[in-house]
Design a protein around this ligand. Structure first.
Ligand SMILES: [Zn+2]
Length: 258
């Protein structure tokens, strides 16, 4: 039996994918999980995230950001507006994110530069207001880590869905209060399983990134599936499920202050 103290620290249940059966998705999550952190990916979704957190107070927690792949094409005005909205609600959120850079999808030099600029704006907000930072960094994990070196007031940092090298992971773990998050992707990705073996459970968070990263392409992922990531982590790390549950839940509560 898996106890109900798992947390999905990163998902997007405000997406239209969940419109039709939203209540059922939340119900299934409530039966197994103790909390869900929903991450906004633009200003509209950020407001939806705040509304959900209000409606499901004590279960859904809000993290507000701007996804790098969409923000790179947004106007300066849209970015500013999203940042002001974020600052207006900073007291009610558990993290700034997801924000970051994605060099997997984006190879164009000037767009990468633009991502860096936008990410820096959000880094400054997290640093000024001393709020945890939830990062999407893909194929640029080391660069992201180097950028973080300029900010000393960001209280906690989460590398969501980390897929970088073990070498960079070790550098991340050298810094207190930096965490690495594993998604349901660990169920099928050998690479992530290998990584998880080397990372102490005390520094691991669990997530689904729903509706993404389902076990099959046809499937829609949902928060309750974080159970699968927990199970796989327990196998990979040779720990019992209860321990993985307990420790990752404790980590998440510490990181987000919930
Ligand atoms: Zn995400």
């Amino acid at each position: 039996m898996v106890s109900d103290i798992m947390i999905d620290t990163h998902c997007h249940i405000d997406f239209v994918d969940f419109e039709e059966d939203f209540e059922n998705v939340v119900e299934r999550a409530r039966n197994k999980l103790s909390a869900v952190v929903n991450s906004g990916t633009n200003e509209i979704d950020n407001q939806k995230t705040l509304d959900l957190a209000k409606k499901y107070e004590g279960f859904i927690y809000p993290s507000l950001g701007f996804h790098p792949v969409s923000s790179q094409n947004s106007s300066e005005e849209e970015i500013k507006s999203a940042q002001n909205h974020l600052i207006d609600n900073i007291k009610d959120i558990v993290a700034v994110g997801e924000v970051g850079m994605d060099f997997f999808y984006v190879t164009d030099k000037s767009l990468r530069e633009r991502q860096k600029e936008i990410f820096t704006g959000f880094l400054e907000i997290a640093n000024d207001y001393k709020v945890p930072l939830l990062i999407h960094g893909r194929d640029c994990e080391k660069k992201v880590l180097n950028m973080l070196g300029d900010y000393s007031d960001i209280p906690k940092v989460i590398f969501h869905c980390y897929g970088g090298s073990l070498k960079t992971a070790k550098k991340i773990l050298d810094i207190d209060d930096y965490f690495i998050s594993f998604s349901t992707m660990i169920c099928y990705s050998q690479r992530h399983q290998e990584l998880a073996k080397e990372i102490p459970i005390e520094r691991i968070l669990t997530e689904t990134d729903s509706p993404y990263l389902a076990l099959t392409k046809e499937e829609r992922n949902e928060p309750v599936n974080v159970e699968r990531a927990v199970k796989k982590l327990s196998e990979v790390k040779d720990l019992d499920i209860e321990t993985v549950d307990e420790v990752t839940d404790k980590n998440a509560r510490y990181v987000f202050g919930i």
